[in-house]
Ligand binder design. Structure first.
Ligand SMILES: [Zn+2]
Length: 337
């Protein structure tokens, strides 16, 4: 070996990334992204009635449950280390104005009280939108042509948020992509002295095909048309920054990108542009259903796939992940490799 060859080998030898991959302990030591049960937010679909636990067929492992089942649910979640839930309500009846959405004894308001009775420490986040409560299934009031009205809807959203605050919610999460929704909620809450209540804005929500199974779970499919007049075009990333910036200006305390998996570039963009705010990503129903279906067919190792998906969402920059995999993932993390 010539001195030159020896030098070349030494130089190559100095750059061997595999040294950190040799054992599990070495890999653990240098891991950049971690997952923990308290990064997860568990969505819950609450229905009226007693003793209801109705499985959602397109989301194996997910069920609509009645308020009296929530205490049991909380024990299970807290036992797994999950500290936050995102509430969706399926009302007993729907009308053109979604009246049950702000009723004091509405399904979500009752659920908030039941959750807080069961565990005052649990973080209760509530979805603030009209789609589950209106006959037409749209995220706002609509005119006779079926157009979703913007400014007329704001007052309604504020009323819903106030009723959630009154019932004891910790965080309200407006999800309808109605312009001005964060500002409307903030001023309504502040006017009632609820300066303490945080707003997690679904700031960047795309009109996605991956919401399909959710519509079965939340019974909120639009009766006509679609949501492309308010939700974002999947082709747009720069617009996401504009949407997020508006919500930050209006007083959002945290931002969300939805869906997560096909939009990790957007998660990263929003993370970098707004480093001062917590960022959530919603690992949506279709993303969940795909993994479940493949796992049930034996085409994927479910545990490995789920932990990889959740790690990828966190690696892209999300602080918290709203996911239907929360309980399974938390159990796997508790048990260890
Ligand atoms: Zn909606």
């Amino acid at each position: 070996m010539t001195p030159l060859e020896a030098e070349a080998l030494r130089a190559a030898g100095a750059k061997r990334p595999r040294r950190w991959r040799r054992t599990a302990a070495l890999r653990d030591l240098v891991r950049e992204t971690t997952l923990a049960p308290d990064d997860f937010v568990q969505p819950l679909f609450v229905v009226s009635g007693d003793d209801v636990r109705r499985p959602v067929s397109s989301m194996p492992g997910v069920a609509q449950i009645s308020t009296d089942q929530l205490a049991r649910e909380v024990v299970e979640l807290r036992g797994l280390g999950i500290k936050a839930v995102l509430l969706f309500g399926i009302p007993a009846s729907k009308d053109a104005y979604g009246s049950e959405s702000y009723a004091d004894d509405g399904v979500v308001q009752n659920a908030i009280r039941a959750l807080k009775d069961a565990d005052p420490e649990l973080v209760v986040v509530t979805d603030v939108c009209l789609c589950e409560y209106t006959e037409h299934g749209h995220c706002g009031l609509v005119d006779e042509d079926g157009t979703v009205l913007n400014d007329e809807t704001l007052e309604h959203l504020a009323r819903i948020a106030l009723s959630h605050a009154e019932a004891g919610a910790d965080v309200v999460a407006p999800s309808g992509m109605i312009d001005g929704m964060v500002g409307a909620l903030r001023s309504a809450l502040d006017a009632e002295g609820r300066h303490d209540l945080a707003i997690l804005s679904y700031a960047v929500k795309y009109a996605s095909a991956f919401y399909g199974p959710f519509r079965e779970a939340a019974e909120g499919a639009p009766a006509f048309g679609d949501r492309r007049s308010h939700q974002m075009d999947p082709a747009n990333a720069r617009e996401a920054i504009r949407e997020a910036a508006l919500d930050v200006d209006e007083g959002a305390d945290a931002l969300m990108v939805k869906p997560a998996l096909g939009y990790l570039d957007v998660v990263r963009d929003v993370r970098e542009r707004f480093p001062e705010l917590p960022l959530a990503a919603y690992n949506v129903s279709g993303e969940y259903a795909m993994v479940k279906a493949a796992a049930q067919n034996g085409w994927l190792d479910e545990r490995a796939a789920v932990l990889e998906v959740l790690t990828a969402i966190r690696r892209a920059g999300a602080d918290l992940v709203v996911t239907y995999h929360a309980k399974d993932a938390a159990a796997w993390l508790q048990r260890g490799p």
